[in-house]
Design a protein. Structure first.
Ligand SMILES: NC(=O)c1ccc[n+]([C@@H]2O[C@H](COP(=O)([O-])OP(=O)(O)OC[C@H]3O[C@@H](n4cnc5c(N)ncnc54)[C@H](OP(=O)(O)O)[C@@H]3O)[C@@H](O)[C@H]2O)c1
Length: 251
């Protein structure tokens, strides 16, 4: 095995898959977690053939609680130390909250929030003891403002941002950093958006590709940035949102 190992959730497609490619290219071994075993196997073979990367993969449905613990035990059993934890797995939904499906929302909260926090809890202590480590949690530009018709998704991402910023502050001078990556919709993410009006509006914009978001996230994580918002206009937007939320008291 190489000397460094990254654990990536949501590694079968999109931004998580691109993180796996970047890490392999940088000679980092991998523990990949995703929903689909056959896709994880294909990726493991491809990365081994292309980069000589050792890949352990763990297929799991992370919409259930306590599965971070299953991954942790498996990794510890194999004597693997995690140097980079990249929490990417997540999904969103669309609709008025009083009409949407609770089961799906509960699964979203488990995936986007509960398991992300649990993964962080389980792997962080050892990083602090070793005096080094990098954690990247994928939030969204949705984290910066409420999202009518996407209330639970926005709330989960606001949680991820707030949580990541808080522990990043606690970890100052430990050698461990936490980065909240806040992407706007990417070209691939666009396909997952159910609302046609939103889709139409976003199609008019030049959206980044998943690999561009992942490259930006990777460099931000290595530099130890706490909040990483991809794209100049997005950075401007989130700073304006933060300014007004701090300055204007709500009624
Ligand atoms: N792309 C965007 O436009 C965008 C914008 C803002 C924020 N984000 C955030 O960025 C992250 C990645 O987004 P993406 O668009 O790249 O995602 P994606 O292409 O939809 O991929 C999601 C990944 O999460 C995994 N996943 C989904 N449900 C899972 C479950 N129940 N258990 C285990 N793994 C599960 C998927 O694995 P399987 O398919 O194998 O189940 C897949 O690997 C998400 O947290 C998303 O909210 C994305």
């Amino acid at each position: 095995m190489n000397k460094r190992t990254a654990l990536i959730t949501g590694a079968t497609t999109g931004i998580g898959y691109q993180f796996a490619r970047i890490m392999a290219r940088n000679k980092v071994d991998l523990v990949l977690v995703g929903g689909r075993e056959e896709v994880l196997l294909e990726i493991a073979i491809m990365l081994y053939e292309r980069y000589g990367t050792y890949v352990k993969f763990i297929p799991l449905d992370l919409t259930h609680q306590n599965l971070a613990f299953v991954v942790y035990n498996d990794v510890v059993k194999d004597g693997i130390k995690i140097d980079y934890l990249i929490n990417t797995a997540g999904f969103g939904d669309y609709g008025n909250f009083h009409e949407t499906d609770w089961q799906r929302e509960k699964e979203m909260i488990n995936l986007n929030v509960v398991n992300l926090v649990h993964f962080t809890k389980l792997f962080l202590s050892a990083m602090v003891v070793r005096g080094k480590g990098r954690i990247l949690n994928v939030a969204s530009t949705a984290a910066f403002q409420p999202g009518p018709q996407s209330a639970v998704f926005h709330a989960t991402k606001a949680f991820v941002l707030s949580f990541s910023e808080s522990i990043a502050n606690e970890l100052k001078d430990t050698g461990v950093t936490v980065t909240a990556l806040c992407p706007d919709p990417s070209q691939c993410g666009l396909e997952a958006i159910a609302e046609q009006e939103v889709k139409k509006m976003l199609r008019k914009r030049k959206l980044p590709k998943d690999w561009e978001v992942a490259e930006f996230g990777f460099h931000s994580m290595i530099e130890g940035k706490t909040v990483a918002v991809e794209g100049f206009m997005n950075r401007l937007f989130v700073n304006v949102m933060r300014f007004f939320r701090n300055e204007v008291p709500s009624k």
